[in-house]
Design a protein around this ligand. Structure first.
Ligand code: NAP
Length: 290
């Protein structure tokens, strides 16, 4: 058991609500493992208090913060600097206290890419099809762009939101590679897709038996395809069960969750080697208990 003393330093996560956040579980596990005198806490901050609260947390000596819904965009106006990747995504999930105040970046992109980079693929030949056009899809688009995928297709169910998504990119190079299509285009896209990413909540509780891709469509996917679901509970989702049944390589959302957290810690601790295994196991153990 870690002893919190007067010297213990603090990291944390801000959100509203934030009590469901898994970040304290995995971060405290790895900080304990590294025997560092840090603790990680969750701060529920209502949107109207955001500016005052993060200024106060900074003045109280908090060294680093993760940012979750609904603050990922609104926090951007409270920062002294914003990294290129966070500007590309249009959202910040990691704050670090710098000389001039909070500096913002986005580690969701690195978190999403980490398990893909372990696979031996020629990304210039990979055609990603991303299901859903919400917040998480933005980080996935930037990651696919960074990997070098030549055309990135995003499929959504709401025409207006999809058009807005297409127009929303400040970086022209990303916009040029992006193609947004209605959900109905999926059957025609599936046979050509080589990376299939679910960024919708389809398959989460209370509907764990649903999949964004039907069994019949999954049967048309070539076996070299990677199926990646951002959902981390249940594990595996119905989408990944179907993908596995058809011989596809599968990646679940737990890996992205752990890797984006590890990427934040790398920045805060100025240390490349983060024992990701400890973070992953802490979450698996936690899911087993809850
Ligand atoms: P979000 O901003 O609400 O976006 C969800 C997207 O899914 C929207 O485009 C929404 O369409 C679409 N959608 C919802 N229900 C649908 C349905 N029945 N059919 C078709 N499309 C549907 O949420 P988010 O923040 O992007 O998160 C999405 C998922 O990713 C969640 O399950 C979340 O837990 C997961 N996630 C995981 C990680 C990780 O680290 N593993 C990180 C972030 C998010 P409309 O706009 O038309 O409603």
């Amino acid at each position: 058991m870690q002893i919190i003393t007067g010297k213990t330093q603090l990291f944390g996560v801000i959100g509203h609500p934030v009590s469901h956040s898994l970040s304290p579980v995995m971060h405290n596990a790895v900080l304990r493992h590294l025997q560092l005198d840090y603790a990680y806490a969750a701060f529920p901050i209502a949107p109207e208090n955001l500016k005052m609260a993060i200024a106060g947390l900074g003045m109280s000596g908090v060294q680093g913060l993760n940012v979750t819904i609904p603050h990922k965009q609104s926090v951007m106006s409270c920062l002294s600097s914003i990294s290129t990747v966070a500007q590309q995504v249009g959202a910040v999930n990691t704050l670090t206290m710098g000389a001039k105040g909070w500096e913002g970046t986005n580690t969701d992109v690195e978190g999403f890419m980490a398990p893909l980079l372990k696979l031996n693929r020629d990304w210039a030949q990979v055609n990603p099809v991303i299901l859903g056009n919400g917040g998480a899809a933005r980080a996935v688009v930037v990651a696919c762009y960074q990997l070098g995928c030549p055309e990135i297709v995003v499929v959504g169910r709401n025409f207006d939101k999809l058009a807005q998504f297409q127009q929303s990119w400040g970086d022209r190079r990303i916009k040029e590679r992006l193609n947004t299509l209605p959900w109905e285009a999926l059957p025609a896209l599936i046979p050509q897709a080589t990376l299939l990413v679910n960024t919708t909540p389809i398959g989460m509780a209370p509907h764990p038996h649903q999949s964004p891709v039907s069994e019949a469509l999954m049967a048309q996917v070539t076996p070299t395809v990677i199926a990646y679901d951002l959902i981390y509970t249940p594990r595996p989702t119905q989408f990944l069960k179907l993908a596995k049944r058809h011989g596809l390589k599968t990646i679940d959302g737990l890996e992205m969750l752990v890797q984006q957290g590890a990427a934040s810690l790398k920045i805060w601790l100025k240390q490349e080697d983060i024992p990701v295994k400890i973070m992953r196991q802490a979450l698996i153990d936690y899911f087993g208990q809850s």
